[in-house]
Ligand binder design. Structure first.
Ligand code: NDP
Ligand code: 2IT
Length: 448
């Protein structure tokens, strides 16, 4: 494993988030590789950490003042062992190869856990949609898709949203794909309902994370009702995590963006959430405005390189739903000291490795992103099925399937962790179960 990690670092220098994700997975896989020598002989993990294909391209576009900008576009096609590449697109100035390599790597295991036939991929750009007009975003998306379209397709690679890519961007991307390819197909998920989208896809990641939390709590005979919950972020995942928490009688008390967080001691209710949805999705404002609109709430600005004080708010459960590495080791220690019983990750890799260790040592119910937030891509898989069948399922049907998938992921994680002598360890369970499914497919398909 040490050689493997050293190889990954040497081959992908500077890609720190990728090294972090590989190290975490590799550590949990030691017992499974010891037990199945064929995985080592066939160099399954060595093959999995090398993407099948990486596409990088220039994305030139013109802003509203006639200025020309050049961004970089990416698509990492990590593994197609169990299905077409599947995973989101992220538009954020922090995007670079290493960030997308980590996300694509995690996606392979996550997608395997969903029980649906999807390989793993991720893409995006260092384009910053913040402060850009709709027309600027449209021109960027059209330029991005003009290149990406030649690499993707409903049986090849099916992108979706992630940070900075929501239904507006998916619409512009889809329009350009259709125009160039002269093809109306399920090449993207997260589409609007009227043109091939699935009910519950917008809600799926947040809802799924809360369903996963319910499953975890149930193992201790507890429920989410009445629990005070910390939620970070205020985008797609955070909004629908809050919505489901409210529906289940829990009390979400925080939301954040990269500038700061709000704490509402009265709890965020339906009416306040609707206001937040309008603020973030329509007016594209900042979370600071929440404290101006609801004066009982307080706003705390982000201190660069400082502790994330959101995690110091006393609560029972924590739902990080913003971005990677948002919970430091110290933040995790604070959460543990405050008696948090559960952490369910709506975001991808939001907890640094030291923080994960703290949660596991303290016996906190800790649901890692690749298990807890798999509901989003799972409903993307259901959207692909509906597109292929040219039918639409009802809200209730999709929600029921989502619930079933989250329960199945939870069961698989528990059973696999037991099998490998780590009862209750969802990190071990998720990594091993996801890996075994992909590894078996790779053994069957030969050295490709
Ligand atoms: P959105 O763009 O809708 O929202 C992202 C939120 O996180 C915003 O509030 C944003 O604030 C905040 N954020 C982004 N970057 C940072 C940062 N560097 N520091 C602090 N806050 C930040 O994205 P999503 O809700 O879709 O994604 C959130 C997380 O969930 C990501 O980790 C994503 O990979 C993961 N995820 C998403 C899925 C989906 O279906 N959308 C599925 C599974 C996981 P600001 O406005 O200041 O940028
Ligand atoms: O991280 C993720 O799982 C996503 N951004 C969703 C991917 C998808 O294809 O729906």
């Amino acid at each position: 494993m040490e050689t493997l990690l050293a190889d990954a670092v040497a081959r992908s220098p500077g890609e720190t988030e990728f090294h972090q994700a590989v190290a975490e997975v590799a550590e949990s896989l030691v017992p499974v590789i010891d037990r199945h020598p064929r995985y080592r002989e066939q160099r399954i993990l060595d093959r999995l950490i090398e993407p099948e294909r990486v596409i990088m391209f220039r994305v030139p576009w013109v802003d509203d003042h006639g200025e020309i900008h050049v961004n970089r576009g990416y698509r990492i096609e990590m593994s197609s062992a169990i299905g077409p590449y599947k995973g989101g697109l992220r538009f954020h100035p922090s995007v670079y190869l290493g960030l997308l390599m980590f996300l694509a790597f995690e996606q392979v295991f996550k997608n395997a856990l969903t029980t649906l036939p999807m390989g793993g991929g991720k893409g995006g750009s260092d384009f910053d949609p913040k402060g850009r007009s709709d027309l600027e975003v449209m021109r960027f998306c059209q330029s991005f898709m003009t290149e990406l379209q030649r690499h993707i397709g409903p049986f090849t690679d099916v992108p979706a949203g992630d940070i900075g890519v929501g239904s507006r961007e998916i619409g512009y991307l889809f329009g350009q794909y259709k125009r160039i390819r002269n093809e109306f197909s399920g090449v993207l998920t997260g589409k609007e309902l009227e043109w091939g989208g699935s009910l519950i896809r917008p809600e799926a990641t947040g809802y799924g994370t809360v369903y996963f939390a319910e499953e975890m709590l149930e193992t201790r005979g507890e429920g989410i009702e009445g629990k005070t919950c910390l939620v970070s972020g205020s985008g797609n995942v955070a909004q629908y995590a809050v919505e489901k928490l409210i529906m289940l009688g829990a009390k979400p008390v925080t939301l954040s963006d990269s500038d700061g967080f709000v704490h509402d001691p009265d709890g965020i209710d339906d009416e306040k959430l609707q206001w937040v949805m309008d603020l973030k999705n329509v007016r594209r404002g900042r979370i600071l405005e929440y404290a101006e609109r609801f004066p009982r709430a307080t706003y705390t600005p982000t201190i660069p390189e400082g502790r994330n004080r959101l995690w110091a708010v006393p609560a029972d459960c924590a739902f990080p739903c913003a971005t990677q590495n948002e919970i430091s080791g110290d933040d995790a220690a604070t959460l543990v000291a405050n008696g948090v019983v559960l952490v369910a990750e709506g975001a991808n890799m939001p907890t640094v490795p030291e923080g994960v260790d703290r949660f596991r040592e303290a016996g906190v119910l800790y649901g890692p992103g690749k298990a807890a937030n798999a509901g989003g891509v799972a409903v993307s898989g259901l959207e692909m099925s509906q597109d292929a069948l040219r039918i639409t399922w009802t809200r209730e049907e999709v929600d029921l399937r989502l619930r079933g998938i989250m329960a199945s992921i939870h069961r698989t994680c528990r059973e696999t962790a037991e099998e490998y002598d780590a009862p209750g360890d969802y990190v071990v369970g998720a990594n091993i179960a996801g890996f075994v499914k992909v590894a078996e497919a790779m053994l069957d398909q030969g050295i490709v």
